[in-house]
Ligand binder design. Structure first.
Ligand SMILES: *Cc1c(COP(=O)(O)O)cnc(C)c1O
Length: 357
């Protein structure tokens, strides 16, 4: 039996996509081979590879002056790849820390240059962001790094900071789940395993004029190495790219990012409204900066939280346990989570509240 899986990542994929992949697994498109077996130089793989990049361009409306890089190593590898590719000789950048992953990105970047921490939400336990003014950012820095959606604390920007310099944004947990304008950024990156495909491929979308690699940038981390060979410099992560391809085709058929933006806002609103009106559950993130992808909440006690997680799982609502840094619960409601899953969670929360008031 399939369950509703609220995991923050790897996370739920649409059943229709899983079924397509299963159907094609033993004999892909008359090749007599699985996608994991034929050459990445074969015509079958080429169709998948270029098809994936083309669909990504279409769904996100990526302009011509941006390149797509497909790499391994997860989003975490980009914490170093970004300074190594963008800092240039001056080696100066701005960072905002809005959660655990942006904190890591900041710490990794500090190894490579003069990094200015403009703001950290650590002082308020990652419950709020704020508005920013241009003069807070050094205007001769290569970029500002932000995390668009903070997966662990459920904290997200309500609007992109107007900082006067190019922005490099981590969209690992919100890419294709809400509407972004690619032109607002100099670079976008995302691991696949929250909203696109199994772990193993990381997507980087970078404006061509951003590329100013440092001398010490390793060849395999240098974006140009991959761009020059259409991401075929070496064997790409073929299976995650294939599953991503099937998922992007599915997303397009559902109406693309506009449709997901709408339904995901709806899903999140249902859940936040319920939490805010309940006496048992709380979410203490400033409503202006609440994530629509990851919804953390707590009951009044740790014991009750543990009981909630256990009973939810017995009811087919799994992986609602919060991140170990935060405790409590967290419902990750990415594109793969249907509206019915969120409704089922709310029904369970109602029942649990009645039984435990
Ligand atoms: C999950 C996540 C990461 C880490 O991704 P890996 O692929 O595990 O390295 C980084 N940033 C954000 C915002 C995430 O949600």
């Amino acid at each position: 039996m399939r369950v509703y899986n609220f995991s923050a990542g790897p996370s739920m994929m649409p059943q229709a996509v899983l079924e397509t992949v299963q159907k094609n697994f033993l004999d892909y498109n008359g090749s007599g081979m699985s996608v994991t077996e034929f050459s990445h130089r074969s015509k079958w793989y080429e169709e998948i590879h270029y098809g994936f990049m083309q669909l990504l361009r279409e769904l996100m409306d990526i302009p011509e002056d941006y390149d797509i890089v497909l790499m391994g190593g997860g989003a975490s590898t980009q914490f170093e790849a970004i300074p190594l590719n963008l800092l240039g000789e001056k080696a100066q950048a701005e960072y905002i820390v809005s959660g655990n992953f942006s904190n890591k990105a900041y710490k990794f970047a500090k190894k490579y240059g003069d990094i200015n921490l403009v703001y950290s939400a650590e002082d308020n336990n990652f419950t709020t962001l704020r508005d920013f003014k241009r003069d807070e950012f050094r205007q001769d820095s290569a970029y500002l790094h932000i995390t668009g959606n903070n997966t662990i604390y459920g904290l997200a920007y309500d609007e992109i900071p107007d900082c006067g310099i190019p922005i490099a944004v981590d969209l690992s947990s919100s890419i294709l789940g809400q509407k972004y304008n690619v032109k607002d950024f100099g670079l976008i990156y995302a691991g696949a395993q929250k909203n696109i495909a199994p772990a193993g491929v990381t997507i980087v979308i970078v404006r061509k004029d951003m590329l100013k690699p440092m001398d010490q940038c390793p060849k395999m981390l240098n974006y140009s190495t991959h761009i020059e060979k259409d991401n075929m410099f070496n064997t790409p992560p073929v299976f995650p790219i294939y599953m991503g391809y099937e998922n992007l085709k599915y997303m397009k058929a559902q109406g693309g990012v506009d449709a997901y933006d709408k339904i995901n806002h709806e899903k999140a609103k249902l859940l936040y409204d319920f939490i805010d009106n309940s006496k048992l559950y709380t979410n203490n993130v400033n409503p202006k900066y609440r994530s629509i992808m990851n919804v953390p909440f707590v009951t009044p006690t740790k014991d009750l939280d543990a009981q909630f997680v256990k009973e939810a799982a017995e009811n087919g609502l799994v992986n609602v346990k919060g991140h170990k840094l935060v405790g409590g619960m967290r419902a990750s409601i990415y594109n793969g989570m249907p509206l019915e899953g969120v409704k089922a969670l709310i029904e369970f929360m109602k029942k649990f509240e009645l039984e435990n008031k």
